[in-house]
Ligand binder design. Structure first.
Ligand SMILES: *Cc1c(COP(=O)(O)O)cnc(C)c1O
Length: 364
């Protein structure tokens, strides 16, 4: 095979469908600022995510920063270092301090047994991540948050449309952030949303995302610009029509990977939570007794580009030099240094999965 296989490839709706969807934008000339597509997408997402309230944003990262601002959080936020850079960067950019809690090696999500010992009088919230679509221990997190009067914001960037025990994932905690970046299971090219229970937050979120401008006379919040455009919302409306098919295709590919790799002593696979309806967003593999970098190189030699997601752990970022203790989260570190995310996207073929697995098995 000479074709380049990347870790992901964005799902696209049929070209004609998108062209049809954006036709009325040409007629109305309403390009951004809460237009018809934007309103329609918010409504459709409320249904699909079973959310009480949805606010759209230009991207998931700004949504996360604005969630922190809107809840008036101060001081310290407990989160995990095993995640995409956005999670801890949002905390730091809002002027707060991330406090890193280690992860549970079975789900790679925050280890709820280790949260309470990290709570101080400065702690204002917990920011757990549903890493790779593995769901956090939402029940335990809820108990801890209530007991200590903390807010909970979930980084649900990987968990679009997922459910635990039949309950939609965006209904847990105070706010959940979903990313609609091009590489995510559902996307609007760039984009994101917050799902939340308290309707009282809606106005504040709307204000912050458009410069704090309430009306022609009044600017009532410290705001930024994080609006989603009509072209992006139109892409979302198209992609949402195909989402179930997208997830079904991903599931078949994950099953193929499992057929080829499960049971091998040199590696560990995930997707092990029986009560979770997954969206099959990523295919992480933890290597044991064989170097992750060696596997990545062998794949790259054959034009397969797996990614070292998530590496390095956030407490090792150069940008945070000397802010965190070395080795404060040993499980996150070990996993971050030994995990590789394999290619997974709806257009990937079974032959390509076999090709990838053959290379990995030959190295092991
Ligand atoms: C993608 C992602 C984000 C940020 O989303 P953007 O829409 O790219 O800004 C945040 N957290 C995690 C875990 C992500 O994977």
């Amino acid at each position: 095979m000479n074709k380049r296989i990347n870790v992901t490839s964005p799902s696209m709706p049929p070209y004609e469908e998108y062209i049809e969807e954006i036709k009325d934008i040409w007629e109305s000339r309403w390009l951004t600022n809460n237009g018809a597509k934007h309103k329609a997408l918010e409504k459709e997402l409320c249904k699909y995510l079973d959310a009480q309230n949805i606010t759209l944003f230009a991207n998931g990262h700004l949504a996360l920063e604005i969630a922190i601002t809107a809840l008036n959080l101060k001081g310290e936020i407990i989160t995990t270092p095993f995640t995409f850079a956005s999670t801890s960067q949002a905390v730091v950019r809002c002027g707060l301090t991330p406090v890193f809690c280690d992860i549970n090696p079975d789900t790679l999500t925050i280890d709820t047994k280790k949260i309470e010992s990290l709570i101080t009088e400065k702690t204002s919230a917990i920011l757990p991540v549903h890493v790779y679509g593995n769901i956090c221990n939402v029940y335990e997190i809820d108990k801890i948050a209530k007991k200590h009067n903390l807010k909970v914001i979930y980084d649900a960037a990987h968990a679009f449309g997922e459910k635990i025990d039949g309950q939609a994932i965006g209904t847990f905690g105070d706010i959940s952030m979903f990313s609609f970046h091009a590489t995510k299971v559902f996307h609007t090219v760039e984009g994101g949303c917050l799902a939340y229970k308290d309707k009282g937050l809606a106005k504040k979120l709307e204000l912050i995302k458009q410069f704090g401008i309430e009306n022609q006379e009044d600017v009532t919040e410290i705001g930024t610009n994080a609006k989603m455009t009509e072209m992006h919302a139109a892409m979302g409306l198209c992609n949402l029509r195909h989402i179930d098919e997208t997830i079904a295709k991903r599931k078949l590919l994950v099953q193929r990977y499992f057929q080829r790799l499960a049971g091998n002593k040199g590696l560990r696979l995930y997707y092990n939570q029986k009560n979770v309806e997954y969206n099959y967003s990523y295919f992480p593999v933890l290597f044991k007794g064989v170097s992750r970098d060696l596997i990545a190189e062998a794949l790259a030699e054959k034009s397969v580009f797996a990614r070292k997601y998530f590496y390095p752990p956030a407490n090792e970022y150069k940008a945070y030099s000397k802010m965190f203790k070395l080795n404060e989260t040993p499980i996150s570190k070990k996993i971050s240094y030994n995990i590789l995310t394999l290619p997974l996207y709806p257009d990937l073929t079974f032959e390509e999965v076999d090709f990838i697995c053959d290379i990995i098995l030959s190295v092991i």
